[in-house]
Design a protein around this ligand. Structure first.
Ligand SMILES: Cc1ncc(COP(=O)(O)O)c(C=O)c1O
Length: 407
């Protein structure tokens, strides 16, 4: 039974979010994901999906999924090691390893789960050594890394948060720890930071890893299919493909936007994780139709470099034009374009007004970003036409002027 004290507590929280303008409303789509979607019976331009390559509704991916469903059925009704591994699962793991230039890959039901699996599996293995491990984590890392660390027994490790992308600060922490007898040292970072569209300084982090014998873990969920000349993510973009110790990522964004996550790296690490990663051992296998669709997505990315070219040119165009309108954006070249507004309540009103006028751009505020640093997050897709971009920019200009965030 719910106690009235508890109900008062949670209702109070939700009401307070509403009154502060921080309540997250969910727009309901009645169409497939794409550059244009249907929301509440109205067609709007979509600038709030991680559909970077426009593959979420791709007919070839859908066909691959349908064929797999005909052959393998709806789902596996099993975890991988019992009876949930098909040839498709193995093919996708092999394809990802080749694509990412790693030795091996293990699939999870999501990247959130992959990140939750990783830290606990490896650090719990050090029980009995009498030694702690240390994790250096960028302050803006994704919630799944933060939660992954929460699943590690406290006494087994020390967590050190370094300022966002602050290589000097991280170097100092590593140097201070040089003579401490930690079992494992792990540097954990997003490859692309999802609220900023900024890349981690991977070449520097690799050097630090070598100098201080620290394992480098990179979650490249927003990098895969969105950065690097051939979509291999932030390591490719920064010239260090194949040099990250452990890569994690999602199949739920650029590569068709359905579901699935992975950890990829050295074969001995992946073999170990297949035995020890609890969300792999105790959670259902990805449905074959999704696995088949993801395989097709990788093939499409390999066969159609023009998708990435279009994504890059769309991104550059939108970035330049929004700055010309007077908006402050976080500079860069990623298709995540954060448009700084400041106050949460105004940001929420602006995003509602944009939607009313047919442009779906989401607003983000605390606790997703720091208090007072609310922003619109524009996400560009290769599927946007130049007209789509111009229409969105026109509406952004009108609404921005009305709310006096640009003059
Ligand atoms: C950096 C990062 N890591 C992990 C995830 C979670 O991925 P998934 O949706 O596969 O759980 C996300 C998704 O928002 C993300 O942006």
């Amino acid at each position: 039974m719910y106690s009235s004290e508890f109900l008062t507590l949670i209702n109070g929280e939700v009401n307070s979010l509403r009154s502060l303008g921080k309540y997250k409303n969910e727009a309901v789509l009645t169409s497939a994901q794409g550059p244009k979607v249907n929301v509440g019976g109205k067609e709007v331009l979509m600038f709030a999906a991680n559909n970077y390559l426009g593959l979420a509704n791709n007919p070839e991916i859908i066909e691959a999924g349908k064929k797999a469903m005909d052959k393998f059925g709806f789902g596996m009704a099993s975890v991988r090691f019992i009876s949930g591994t098909t040839v498709l699962h193995q093919q996708l793991e092999a394809k990802l390893s080749k694509f990412l230039a790693t030795e091996d890959t293990i699939l999870f039901s999501s990247c959130f789960t992959a990140n939750e699996a990783f830290f606990a599996a490896i650090i719990h293995q050090t029980v009995g050594s009498g030694r702690q491990s240390v994790i250096y984590s960028d302050e803006l890392n994704h919630a799944s890394i933060i939660d992954g660390l929460r699943l590690v027994k406290k006494e087994l490790f020390v967590k050190k948060i370094y300022k966002h992308n602050d290589v000097a600060g991280l170097t100092k922490l590593l140097a201070e720890d040089k003579d401490r007898n930690y079992y494992l040292k792990i540097i954990a970072t997003d490859g692309v930071f999802s609220m900023e569209g900024e890349l981690a300084k991977l070449p520097e982090l690799i050097e630090l890893g070598q100098e201080f014998e620290a394992l480098l873990f990179v979650d490249d969920s927003h990098g895969l299919g969105a950065t690097g000349l051939s979509g291999k993510g932030s390591p490719e973009q920064l010239g260090v493909l194949g040099q990250i110790d452990v890569l994690s990522g999602t199949l739920g964004k650029a590569f068709g936007g359905s579901a699935g996550g992975y950890l990829s790296g050295k074969k001995s690490m992946i073999d170990f994780l297949r035995q020890k990663a609890r969300p792999y051992i105790f959670s259902n296998s990805l449905p074959p139709m999704i696995v088949a669709g993801c395989i097709r997505a990788i093939e499409l990315v390999e066969q159609h470099p023009e998708l990435l070219e279009k994504l890059r040119s769309n991104t550059q165009y939108f970035r330049e034009k929004s700055v010309a309108l007077g908006y402050k954006i976080i500079p860069g070249y990623h298709p995540i374009i954060p448009v700084k507004i400041g106050e949460a309540a105004i940001t929420q009103k602006i995003s509602q007004e944009l939607l009313k006028r047919g442009v779906y751009i989401v607003g983000l505020w605390f606790p997703v970003v720091a208090e007072g640093d609310a922003r619109l997050r524009v996400q560009i897709s290769a599927a946007h036409s130049r007209e789509d971009l111009d229409q969105a920019l026109k509406v952004l200009e009108e609404v921005g002027r009305e709310f006096r965030v640009i003059s």
